[in-house]
Design a protein around this ligand. Structure first.
Ligand SMILES: [Ca+2]
Ligand SMILES: [Ca+2]
Ligand SMILES: [Ca+2]
Length: 298
């Protein structure tokens, strides 16, 4: 039991993890309640029930669903804006939870400022919203999205600092104006953050039209990010208003960290963030970065 605790329980327990242990308890009770059964229907039922409970335990264990219905960003989420020197429009971000105005599911998280950077407009940057409940190594993240503007929006993962993470962004407008890596919108682009000053990001992969289909504004979309052993795959269904966008890249130095959202001059809503860890053991015991250290470094 000691070993199971160590492997299965995250340092910070999301609600989903508590469900797991409820299922596990049911499993144990089911075995204990029929000590005199020696076969027949009751025994078959017991095994079937135990198997079902195990399946539920296994599938429910690693899933976290964040639907914003509580109305509070804290304690699950942390806002991080780029430092002033990395911003061309430094108005602070305005992440808030509101009743969706762009067709998402009840309450959604919305960012309404036009914060963007850097000053020379050489790289897409701006603001992050980070899920601080758990760190992830291999995972599948699903999220509902709706954009009210045509600028940069995307996901970050393996976030251990503003200067250390991976990200994917989609943008329909023609920015950045003087791209340091030569890539400007419209595009879908995947990067690895390597520094807090120029050049900020290493290019991993990029697609422009006609390979990249610009996203619809004001239409709910669904994004999926799959990360497995340093292989990254991002999919945007484009709300069935345009062709699906798929981009893939890899990095053999990949380790893991926190996940979140990143925006550049974009006002948009997000909802139903669903994260399933596909890593064989809980990553929290292995991750080098504590959230406290991350907070200090922001
Ligand atoms: Ca919601
Ligand atoms: Ca624009
Ligand atoms: Ca804008």
């Amino acid at each position: 039991m000691q070993r199971a605790d160590h492997i299965l329980l995250p340092a910070t327990r999301p609600r989903a993890s508590r469900c797991i242990w409820a299922f596990a308890a049911v499993h144990d009770d089911a075995r204990g309640d029929v000590p005199h059964s020696r076969g027949g229907p009751m025994r078959a039922f017991t095994y079937a029930f135990a198997a079902a409970a195990f399946t539920l335990t296994f599938s429910a264990r690693a899933q976290t669903v964040l639907d914003f219905e509580s109305g509070d960003l804290e304690p699950d989420w942390l806002v991080v804006d780029e430092k002033g020197a990395n911003l061309g429009d430094a108005r602070p971000s305005t992440w808030e939870i509101r009743k969706s105005a762009i067709g998402l599911d009840g309450n959604a998280v919305y960012q309404g400022s036009n914060i963007w950077g850097d000053k020379a407009d050489a790289m897409l940057m701006g603001t992050f919203l980070l899920y601080q409940g758990e760190e992830y190594i291999d995972f599948i993240l699903d999220i509902d999205v709706a954009a009210a503007d045509n600028d940069g929006m995307g996901l970050v993962w393996a976030y251990t600092g503003v200067d250390s993470h991976y990200r994917v962004n989609i943008i329909n407008d023609g920015w950045p104006e003087v791209p340091i890596d030569g890539e400007k919108g419209p595009m879908v682009i995947m990067h690895k953050r390597i520094s807090d000053d120029e050049p900020w990001y290493d290019l991993l992969e990029v697609q422009h039209p006609p390979d990249y289909d610009p996203y619809p504004e004001g239409v709910p979309m669904h994004w999926t990010l799959e990360v497995t052993q340093g292989q990254f795959k991002f999919t945007n269904d484009n709300g069935d208003a345009a062709n699906e966008v798929v981009i893939e890249a890899e990095d053999t130095d990949y380790e893991g960290g926190f996940v979140g959202i990143q925006l550049y001059a974009q006002q948009s809503e997000f909802d139903n963030v669903t994260i399933v860890s596909t890593y064989p053991v809980d990553p929290n015991g292995k991750a080098a970065t504590s959230w406290g250290a991350l907070r200090e470094a922001r």
